[in-house]
Design a protein around this ligand. Structure first.
Ligand code: DGL
Length: 269
């Protein structure tokens, strides 16, 4: 069966690109819940209900394993889904933990006590719902001590990307980086904690300056999925790749083609 990749919109395509490159033999079904994007301004209950509906659609498409390529869903809904909703024969994984393991210099599943790590001042850029969940700080506190995190809720960036308005998205990135710097003048690392933001990676890096190391998730998630599939080979099989959206397929295909610079054709979910 294929592996499902879910996001509220186009952001998860940054993860899809990396997993396709790392695992060329695996078919992926991508689902964008474009009709309900952005998720980042919604309540946790709303994000839970929408994420369950989309993941169910991917189960129905034959996926036994689904990656939430969406920090907002991973932060606001994943734990509740795993505890109360995911059937025993299916798996749903998020994108948060691989990033935090990399930042805290840990191997997969290293649950040893928290310790000091190289980075000390971390800027987190994420959606309002991800920032409000404090999931990043919680996961980090399990693994590291002495790390100062300043979070910036980047309102408007996802909407601008979904609308294909790159100039507005870049201007918003600059203003969110300025706002962050007023709270933390010299971060040594920055986390792009929303899968849409790597589409604006150059704008983030330019606004932050070359001395700030920018962590984004795509490659880290790809490595962690490869590792998972090696340990659970039964989760991959036949099935064919597809791009599904709850929004307007033509509009979503045009935007995806613009951002990934290769033709992508979505059909109705
Ligand atoms: N790309 C998503 C994330 O990683 C969702 C953004 C949104 O829908 O607000 O958070």
């Amino acid at each position: 069966m294929a592996v499902g990749i879910f996001d509220s919109g186009l952001g998860g395509l940054t993860v899809l690109e990396a997993v396709e490159k790392r695992l060329p033999e695996v078919p992926f079904v991508y689902l964008a819940d474009s009709a309900h994007a952005p998720y980042g301004v919604r309540t946790a209950d709303d994000i839970f209900a929408l994420t369950c509906a989309s993941v169910q659609r991917l189960f129905d498409a034959g996926c036994d394993l689904v990656i939430l390529a969406c920090n907002t869903a991973s932060a606001a809904a994943l734990r509740r889904m795993q505890e109360s909703w995911v059937p025993a024969d299916k798996r749903v994984l998020g994108v948060f933990v691989p990033l935090i393991e990399s930042l805290t210099e840990r191997q997969w599943g290293d649950n040893s006590p928290p310790r000091e790590v190289a980075v000390k001042h971390v800027a987190l850029f994420a959606t309002p719902a991800t920032v409000a969940s404090r999931a990043f700080q919680r996961e980090l506190a399990f693994r590291a001590i002495g790390v100062d995190v300043e979070a910036q809720a980047c309102g408007g960036v996802v909407d601008a990307i979904e609308d294909g308005d790159t100039l507005l998205a870049e201007a918003l990135v600059r203003s969110h980086v300025d706002a962050l710097r007023r709270k933390m003048p010299a971060p040594d690392a920055a986390i792009l904690g929303c899968t849409h933001y790597p589409l604006m990676q150059a704008a983030f890096q330019e606004a932050l300056g070359p001395e700030v190391q920018v962590f984004s998730q795509a490659a880290l998630v790809a490595e962690s999925l490869a590792d998972y599939l090696e340990r659970h080979p039964g989760k991959i099989g036949g099935g064919s790749a597809a791009f599904l959206t709850t929004g307007n397929p033509k509009r979503v295909s045009d935007r995806a083609t613009q951002f990934l610079r290769r033709p992508i054709t979505f059909t109705a979910a």
